[in-house]
Design a protein around this ligand. Structure first.
Ligand code: BG6
Length: 515
């Protein structure tokens, strides 16, 4: 059955505004793996303006021709489906390259000239989307230089927008400083702080699920919900990103951005509209309502871990300290778990347990909403009270996207026996497979000026404010037990203990990659 009804899903979307997109750091992984395939998908879906051009910039030396050739090869690897030659040819001839040093002011004058000539050649209006896909150390510098060279100024109804990749800051202070620096040049409405989790269908669907159905919202509160678990478990290790990861660690890499996005969408109050600021106001409000952890709380409500080598099904998995560009005595955490409480009427006393880690037992990103157990009166002295399980609503993000509801049912037979059954909704079954990278929606939104799915300065700072006390205590008390969990497991025992103290358990589920 294909139950796609005519609702929000069928609203026809306009193509993005005519514009030139400039990618800073265009020879990196992000461009070839995500941005170019996403632009290609947009072009194919006719969601990219016919008046569009792309300028890649980097330290590496390429010509327009060699850059196009390189991308033509890459798209065949990363397109997630058959490449339509006609669409690619259309896009390819709109791609240009400028080599240079982002710290050199002359580079920006050259870029400005190139933008004018590319704009003239392709009859593109004066709209620019600058994509900062560089190391974070360049973010402030590039924006300052764009300002100095007049390239950030919006004139005569034309826009200039800047997409900034994560990590946005390294801690609360650096995030604040970066926000201040960029606001000297740009207005908040020109800034698009990207979090690729918001490009995922299921993440966007959380709002639709909660607010366009009437059956869930009445039970979405402390009266019915026992607790919430948010898990982002990765099977892979740090791969080739050891140098970055050593400084970031699991907490900075995943929590203030991805996990807090999920938390805020699950916990926020209904916004008064789907306007960018209405949604972001509510997300920020709920993040501000999360209780800040005291140093004592940090000890009892958080857990950290680092993986050591192990062997799973005869395959040996390297320990973190043996990974490329990682210190042999590294104290960087590759796993983090925490319990958070939200001080408001909806959520008081409902714990939100969050965890994320590398080299875990499987790739599973999901949100578990566990409901309270029903009163036992009916089943008293029947022997089945103990069989009653709590209902669970699970929002699956990875590896498959969907939602399932678990509830009790009587097992067939003469005796009263209960079993847990599931109602499953799977995105792919209902809507078919997509070749989306997750960046299409975000790029398109930027080109149409919709910032709903991007982080605002106050959200970013609210996120950092919550984890700063944890970072401070962790820094003062370096971990003594690292490495403390086996690669291929569900994390350290401290993570299990975190829930056991509350008489609860993590839902550990390895989902088969191929169904
Ligand atoms: C990135 C992190 O932001 O998100 C990575 O830097 C992590 O370390 C990745 O692997 C996870 O994204 P996804 O979409 O694979 O869950």
């Amino acid at each position: 059955m294909n139950a796609m009804s005519e609702s929000i899903l069928d609203i026809p979307r306009a193509s993005g505004d005519p514009c030139i997109m400039v990618i800073f750091g265009a020879t990196g992984d992000l461009t070839k793996r995500k941005l170019i395939p996403a632009l290609y998908n947009l072009a194919k879906a006719k969601l990219l303006s016919r008046k569009f051009a792309l300028i890649g910039t980097a330290f590496d030396s390429f010509t327009d021709e060699s850059f196009r050739q390189q991308l033509a090869q890459d798209i065949r690897t990363y397109a997630m489906g058959e490449v339509d030659d006609k669409v690619w040819a259309w896009l390819e001839k709109r791609i240009y390259f400028l080599q240079g040093d982002f710290r050199d002011e002359n580079f920006y004058w050259k870029l400005r000239e190139l933008c004018y000539s590319v704009g003239g050649k392709n009859a593109i209006d004066d709209n620019y989307c600058y994509y900062l896909a560089t190391a974070p150390t360049f973010f402030g510098e590039i924006i300052r230089q764009l300002g100095n060279s007049g390239m950030a100024k919006e004139e005569s109804g034309h826009w200039r927008r800047v997409i900034i990749e994560k990590p946005f800051g390294h801690d609360l202070e650096s995030a604040r400083t970066l926000n201040m620096e960029i606001r000297e040049v740009l207005k908040e409405r020109q800034i698009y702080r990207i979090d690729h989790y918001l490009g995922k269908e299921t993440v966007q669907n959380i709002m639709v699920f909660r607010f366009s159905n009437s059956i869930f919202e009445p039970i979405w509160n402390r009266r019915y919900i026992d607790h919430v678990q948010i898990t982002a478990a990765e099977e892979v290790g740090v791969e080739r990103r050891g140098a970055y990861y050593e400084n970031a660690g699991a907490m900075r890499d995943m929590v203030p951005n991805h996990l807090f996005q999920l938390l805020s969408l699950i916990a926020m109050e209904p916004p008064i509209s789907f306007e960018a600021d209405a949604v972001r106001d509510e997300q920020t409000k709920v993040l501000r309502a999360v209780q800040t952890l005291t140093p004592e709380d940090v000890l009892s409500m958080t857990a950290r871990g680092q993986y050591h080598e192990s062997s799973v099904d005869g395959v040996s998995l390297t320990g973190y300290r043996a990974e490329e560009k990682v210190a042999r005595d590294s104290k960087t955490e590759t796993f983090v778990a925490m319990k958070l409480l939200i001080d408001n009427w909806r959520w008081a006393d409902v714990p939100f347990y969050l965890r994320t880690g590398k080299r875990m037992a499987g790739r599973t990103t999901e949100i578990v909403i566990q409901f309270r157990r029903p009163p036992m009166v009916l089943f008293r002295n029947t022997g089945i009270g103990e069989q009653i399980q709590s209902n669970r609503l699970v929002i699956h993000l990875q590896p498959h996207e969907g939602i399932s509801l678990e509830f009790d049912a009587k097992m067939p037979g003469p005796l009263m026996k209960l079993g847990v059954v599931k109602m499953d909704f799977d995105y792919e079954d209902y809507f078919g497979a997509t070749s989306s990278t997750g960046y299409e929606r975000l790029l398109h939104d930027c080109m149409t000026g919709d910032a709903t799915l991007f982080q605002r300065a106050d959200m970013v700072e609210a996120g950092w404010s919550l984890i700063q006390p944890i970072l401070d205590v962790w820094k003062a008390l370096p971990p003594r037990s690292f490495p403390n969990y086996a690669a291929g497991s569900w994390g350290p025992k401290e993570s299990e203990e975190l829930l056991e103290r509350d008489k609860r358990q993590w839902v550990n589920r390895v989902v088969p990659k191929i169904r």
